[in-house]
Design a protein around this ligand. Structure first.
Ligand code: HEM
Length: 217
């Protein structure tokens, strides 16, 4: 009998190319390798505002859903930290200074659409962002702190004060993914939606690179 791999493992393996595309986008690798500026970092934080506003509004609506509820936790909530970061980085009028880039606007619409009717789709978007923030996000935080001299102000988004052990939190999250009673077809749909989410993130980096070219021209 063929060994059955847990869903969370299949999900990770089947979407890792999407992850590599996102991680390897030029805007991100520049930022990580010290070729990015503080303004580039701020431009990314600004886009996070719109994305998390959508995800966390969807989480609020999904919190009584019998499947989605297991994944939703106030420990993950990022929007207040993003707002504080923007206030620190841009100033009190931060909200007037930021606009969603075209990919962000499409990403937000997609989150709103799927989360209105489909718990699996919501979980796909939830997984892609929060597990990423608890993983690579921690590497990004360390590098941004080093490059731009941030302590906690400016990188609050990456600081999960209520999650002492991200590794354990992620393991529990994966156990919960494995416990959902999805049939093979639904699992496929969730995997596809995670790929969609990665694509939005990759395209966002392309938008950010374009916006940067216009900004520094
Ligand atoms: C410089 C950029 C990035 C770096 C260096 C990075 C790095 C990593 C690393 C090292 C892991 C594995 C952690 C572990 O074994 O538990 C990981 C996992 C993950 N990353 Fe990223 N990442 C980056 C960007 C992104 C982006 C843009 C997204 C999507 C928004 C993302 C989403 C994820 C997800 C969902 C996981 C968890 C996969 C799983 O274990 O199921 N990452 N990342």
């Amino acid at each position: 009998m063929a060994a059955v791999i847990p869903f969370s493992q299949a999900l990770r393996e089947r979407t890792w190319t999407g992850h590599s595309d996102s991680e390897g986008a030029g805007f991100m690798t520049d930022l990580m390798s010290g070729k990015g500026s503080r303004d580039d970092y701020i431009a990314l934080v600004a886009q996070h505002f719109f994305i998390y506003e959508a995800i966390e509004a969807a989480a609020e609506r999904m919190k009584n859903d019998p499947v989605a509820a297991a994944f939703i936790s106030p420990k993950l909530t990022r929007l207040p930290a993003i707002v504080e970061d923007l206030r620190f980085l841009i100033g009190d009028d931060w909200r007037e200074q930021i606009v969603p880039l075209p990919t962000t606007a499409r990403y937000v619409r997609r989150i709103e659409e799927v989360a209105a009717t489909w718990n699996g789709g919501f979980i796909a978007h939830h997984y892609t962002r929060y597990l990423g923030d608890l993983s690579g996000g921690q590497i990004i935080r360390t590098l941004m702190q080093r490059q731009f001299g941030f302590e906690t102000n400016g990188v609050g988004f990456y600081l999960f004060g209520d999650i002492a052990k991200p590794k354990e939190f992620k393991e529990t999250y994966r156990t919960q993914l494995d416990a959902v009673d999805w049939d093979a077809g639904e699992r496929e749909r969730v995997i596809d939606e995670v790929l969609v989410a990665y694509r939005f993130n990759t395209e966002l980096f392309l938008d950010l690179a374009q916006e940067k070219a216009a900004r520094v021209a």
